[in-house]
Design a protein. Structure first.
Length: 214
């Protein structure tokens, strides 16, 4: 965008003391995992995301994902319903990918019965962390509860949170290393959420992920 100096309707000629034309630098729509959704995957977590997805460049997304998730969970809890949709914390869409290649992290409010039946899709297995946790070839799920002064009544009825991570399309092998990687990513982001919500005892989550099959 050019800025012009005018006087009496005439353009001032460029010369000594005049203001040079300036232009705004356009922000790139593509970033690495460390910046894809603000600082959600900042630090060592960025390398984990790039390894799990097999991609290093993603479409830049809003940095307000955590704000949206917190608001959605608080609204869902206040509604008194047994479950609520929540929101997506970060959508991972690689550069040059098709519309179906989407991964990311989402948090919802789950109903009690969701963890009572431990039946899992084929190829998935339970881990021991949280109220319930499980991993598959390209995803991970973590259920935990939050008691917080920011959630009225949660001392008797905790907010039930279901976190999920999906890596999207990836050629990564289906090994214990990569399954643990899926859960490690989800655990790290879940810790950020419980701190934002001020959940007591980190919502029952350990500071370091427990990667033990059940």
């Amino acid at each position: 965008m050019r800025r012009w100096l005018t006087a009496a309707g005439l353009v001032v000629a460029v010369g000594a003391g005049s203001v040079a034309c300036t232009s705004e630098k356009k922000e790139s729509p593509f970033v690495g995992a460390a910046d894809v959704c603000g600082d959600v995957f900042a630090g060592p977590l960025a390398e984990m995301v790039e390894k799990a997805t097999g991609d290093k460049v993603f479409f830049r997304k809003s940095p307000k994902g955590m704000e949206r998730v917190v608001a959605a969970l608080k609204e869902g809890y206040a509604s008194g319903r047994p479950w609520a949709e929540g929101d997506t914390l970060c959508l991972l869409r690689p550069k040059d990918s098709d519309q179906t290649d989407k991964g990311g992290v989402t948090f919802t409010m789950y109903a009690p019965q969701d963890v009572e039946d431990e039946g899992l899709p084929a190829g998935h297995e339970l881990y021991t962390m949280g109220v319930q946790s499980s991993v598959g070839r390209g995803n991970a799920a973590l259920y935990f509860e939050c008691v917080s002064p920011r959630l009225k009544g949660s001392d008797t009825t905790p907010l039930r949170i279901h976190g999920s991570f999906g890596r999207g399309e990836s050629d990564a092998p289906d090994t214990r290393e990569y399954r643990d990687l899926n859960m490690t990513i989800l655990h790290a982001v879940s810790l950020k959420l419980v701190k934002e919500l001020d959940c007591a005892d980190n919502g029952g989550l350990p500071e370091s992920p427990v990667l033990t099959p059940k």
